[in-house]
Design a protein around this ligand. Sequence first.
Ligand code: PLP
Length: 405
Amino acid sequence: MFGKDDGGGVSGAATAEPPLVYLDHASTTPLRPDVVEAMAPFADRRFGNASGSHRLARDARAALEDAREQVAASLGAQPAEIVFTSGGTEADNLAVLGTLGAAERREQPYVVVCSAIEHAAVLAPARAAARRHVCLELASVDADGVVDVDRLAELLSDDTVLVSVMLANNEVGTVQPISDVADAVHQRSPQAVLHTDAVQAAPWLDVAELAGGCDLISVSAHKLGGPKGTGALVVRRGTRLEPILHGGGQEQERRSGTNDVAGAVGLAAALVLAGAERDAEAARVSALRDRLADGLLAAVPGTVESATRRRVLPGHCHLRIRGVEQEELLVLLDDEGVCASAGSACASGALEPSHVLTAMGVGPDEARGAVRFTLGHTSSEEDVDRALAVVPVAVAKLRGDDLGA
Ligand code: PLP
């Protein structure tokens, strides 16, 4: 399991490593060479602190502001509306806690409405706030994992301060009807702030167009060929937000901390590249995904796709395979060089059924065999061929099927 190299090397004649097949792009993506190139000077001679005043500092600030303009243009925002963060988690936390922190003082509890399938970076701060004068309502989803906008609308009232619905789900990949959500919020709770977590959607969808009605938008660089630990929150003009990090007052007092200029430059480069290649990559990758999904459905009896394919992101293939335990299957696949995931990051390692599958009405027994294959910018026909060769054999092994001679 350990000690695999990047797929090109061989550690010894008798122990040749299997080819590496990376099918976990929703977890993170390899850095794109153009992004590395754009960032390199800031890891070297352009090292100034963007908050300073001498020439090196001014150089760093100029690069930071160029990056801000590019990020803003990619996300349909103004440069002044971009707050650079340390990634998607911080952007989501800032959206939730910053909105609650800025809400008017009042007697009744504030109401926060989230979809039941939000990432933990939204749900956990909302739950933490729910212990302090906040009532958290979860909007249900259908069997595909798409939020039910009529049911969500019923939860909205004059007391709602924040609504958070992701643009696309990280686990099963379903795209959410965010403009319908925006219409419902503007009609029933015009005072509420609408946040969308576009972390998974950004590589594939036109966030500027789809999230035009949202007040807050989170993105993260490492999901689109950029560096880890860098992201942004779009904060539309007029949206009240209290900082969660206090200090030097960077980012117009909304996020203190010395700016990660290299990271901001990397995020900007990654977003610009993704935007330029979006249509061609969506077509290329969804064709690969379709071949993988169709091949596995045909070769592995007792397998279902977790969500209707036309409703999910181009790179997502989330399957439920009867008669296997996801962790055992993932180990066997890893042994063969195929990197996939269970779909939900479970830091504790506890085998709790995923909250996303549970919200979709999937029972714990069926959730056990859930596996997520996610393709991306490095995925190739060879990756799909290899996965189609490896996965059916691994499943048969776990089921104790006779594999023949
Ligand atoms: N939101 C979603 C939908 C995600 O998929 C992730 C990461 O998996 C995050 C937020 C957290 O982003 P980051 O890893 O940049 O903190």
